[in-house]
Design a protein around this ligand. Structure first.
Ligand code: GLV
Length: 325
């Protein structure tokens, strides 16, 4: 009997691939760059499951190319802004993601970027590497202490909570957040207060972004938002690059409105090395590595594979996306 086919659009940690190989006829795209779109569309034809990355656009074209055999699309990520969930649902295709297991890794990355930005680490490292380190500089590289400062979290989900825990417990920062609803547990655990977006911008020393990318958050951080932030504030983004108007961020970093920024996500990805953000001494940019720990990526691989296995078996998935719930 032929086994259902599964396509995995990049090499991922082996735990998930091994699990899928026990049940399905599996093909993995092993090159170190994503397959071109035409190749993806060919490879997925007739598959029962596709394990996708954020770089795969799962839309009508994708679903049509896969055909009626497709039962599940399993994203190797917690976010799923690359997937048209309504189009998938209309065809009875289930969608999975990998929540929870990357929460701590991503909160750690936000913390890294916050510290790096607040302490001008990028400029310091550049000077060591390019011969600019000439002496100990009493007036050089002065950033800000985080202790006692106010952290504004935009998007009070799991990763935001893990960052709040680190900053409240570790540095005694005051935490405030935006959210559609009050989060009593945030008050209990981090003495955090909910506030409106504008108030958060006006009163936070550090703003860290953790919201989804959706029509209401596209370019949420625009010229107006940056102008409302405290002068000398630090901006951190580990969610999606599309939440930020990058031209406005360049201006806010160049004119000194912001002290610094730390970004793990940009739009597009990869960002060209010639993009103005890349050359700014007060901007530290990582190549979207928030979940890049062995622990997180292995767990993501396992869950993404389980999602495919369980959906093809018509069972409850480990993590199914129900966007309208
Ligand atoms: C990474 O950005 C993810 O959504 O998991």
């Amino acid at each position: 009997m032929t086994r259902p086919r599964v396509f995995i659009s990049r090499a991922i940690p082996s735990v998930g691939i091994d699990l899928l190989k026990q049940h399905f006829d599996v093909e993995v795209w092993l090159e170190n760059k994503p397959p071109q779109r035409e190749i993806v569309l060919k490879k997925i034809a007739g598959c029962a499951g596709v394990l996708t990355l954020l770089s795969d656009q799962v839309n009508e074209e994708f679903l049509q190319a896969a055909g009626e055999s497709l039962k599940v699309v399993s994203n190797f990520a917690v976010g799923y802004n690359n997937i048209d969930c309504s189009a998938a649902a209309a065809r009875g295709v289930r969608v999975g993601n990998t929540p929870d297991v990357l929460t701590d890794a991503t909160a750690d990355m936000a913390m890294c970027l916050m510290l790096a930005a607040a302490r001008h680490l990028q400029a310091g490292i550049d000077s060591v590497r390019n011969g600019g380190w000439l002496s100990w500089e009493p007036l050089g590289y002065m950033g800000i202490d985080l202790k006692g400062k106010t952290l504004g979290i935009v998007g009070a989900g799991r990763i935001g909570a893990a960052l709040a825990q680190r900053c409240y417990g570790g540095w005694g920062m005051n935490v405030q957040y935006t959210s559609r609803s009050e989060k009593p547990s945030w008050n209990d655990q981090f003495a955090a207060r909910r506030c409106e977006f504008q108030e958060l911008l006006e009163t936070s020393d550090v703003v860290s972004v953790h919201c989804d990318l959706n029509p209401s958050t596209v370019r949420l951080f625009n010229e107006q938002a940056f102008s409302q932030m405290k002068s000398g504030a630090v901006f951190v983004n580990t969610s999606r690059g599309g939440v930020v108007d990058q031209d406005a961020l360049v201006t806010a970093l160049q004119n000194g409105k912001l002290l610094a920024a730390g970004l793990d996500v940009t739009d597009p990805e990869p960002l060209s090395p010639s993009h103005p953000l890349v050359g700014l001494p007060n901007c530290v940019i990582a190549p979207h590595i928030g979940s890049a720990t062995h622990e997180a990526r292995n767990a993501m691989s396992r869950i993404a594979a389980e999602n495919i296995l369980l959906a093809i078996q018509d069972k409850a998935m480990t993590a199914e996306v129900f966007p309208n719930k």
